[in-house]
Design a protein around this ligand. Structure first.
Ligand code: OAD
Length: 234
């Protein structure tokens, strides 16, 4: 397709999933080579698993951290970050926990599913914890186990984060969804808010999925190729 001019749009939302990071080398969750093919989430990615065996769950997340640290943002991440720097009204809503948008220079990222780079004590709140291994595994204030500040299976999303994301998406006049399979709720329902709000809805994903019919434009290309071509006037 031909490129879009970002100048034609007041409020742009990029809505990203694991496919956004795939070209950087971060594995996706579903599809070929997906993480949930090799690891049962019941053993590694839910509160019950953490209570049963916190060390096993933290080790799994350290593997995820190591994998992400070995990767670099790609041209698509850089296009989004550059657009956010260049003008107001550009929001990023991501399902990714890898912090890759921020590493490319984005500063305003709504992280629906939390972050690999934070831990949390239910009593004493959230702390940054960046690095290959967890620096702290117990809360210094109360000694409880610190858990990754990630929305695991069976967890609820943070209410304020959802509200902020939905507000941004409803207000968008250009909504660009990138690399999401559209099967994990409630995030999978968010593109509908953009449609209802009257945004031009664009999908970037090499493969179609159940959500694809909602989009006005579908670009069947990888994100790192499609994004630089989509915004030619940056
Ligand atoms: P999935 O792994 O379910 O889907 C990845 C999508 O990316 C698929 O639709 C692929 O076709 C697409 N894709 C692959 N390579 C791509 C590329 N180079 N460019 C564009 N698209 C590409 O990932 P999500 O939809 O993000 O939760 O999954 C949602 C949530 O499920 C994740 O946030 C994660 C997981 O459980 C947590 O970690 C909390």
């Amino acid at each position: 397709m031909e490129g879009l001019s970002h100048r034609d749009y007041g409020r742009i939302v990029f809505f990203t999933g694991a496919g956004m990071s795939a070209e950087s080398g971060v594995p996706t969750y579903r599809g070929r080579g997906g993480i949930w093919d090799s690891y049962r989430w019941e053993e590694y990615a839910c509160q019950r698993a953490f209570e049963r065996d916190p060390d096993k769950v933290l080790k799994f997340h350290e593997l995820r951290r190591k994998a992400v640290l070995a990767c670099e943002p790609h041209a698509g991440h850089r296009v989004i970050a550059a657009l956010q720097k260049a003008r107001p009204g550009v929001r990023i809503v991501t399902q990714n926990i890898d912090g890759m948008h921020q590493r490319a220079g984005a500063t305003d990222v709504i992280e629906l599913h939390g972050s690999l780079w934070r831990v949390r004590c239910e009593e004493h709140g959230v702390r940054q914890d960046v690095g290959e291994a967890y620096r702290e595994t117990r809360c210094p204030a109360c000694g409880r186990h610190l858990r990754p500040d990630i929305v695991w299976f069976e967890d609820s999303l943070d209410r304020f984060t959802i509200e902020e994301a939905v507000r941004a998406i409803r207000a968008a006049d250009l909504f660009i969804s990138i690399g999401t399979s559209g099967v994990v709720w409630p995030a999978a329902g968010f593109p509908r808010f953009a449609k209802e709000g009257g945004a031009l809805c664009v999908e970037i994903n090499p493969e179609a999925n159940e959500m694809s019919p909602l989009y006005d434009i579908s670009i069947r290309e990888p994100a790192g190729k499609a994004l630089p071509r989509l915004f030619t006037d940056l």
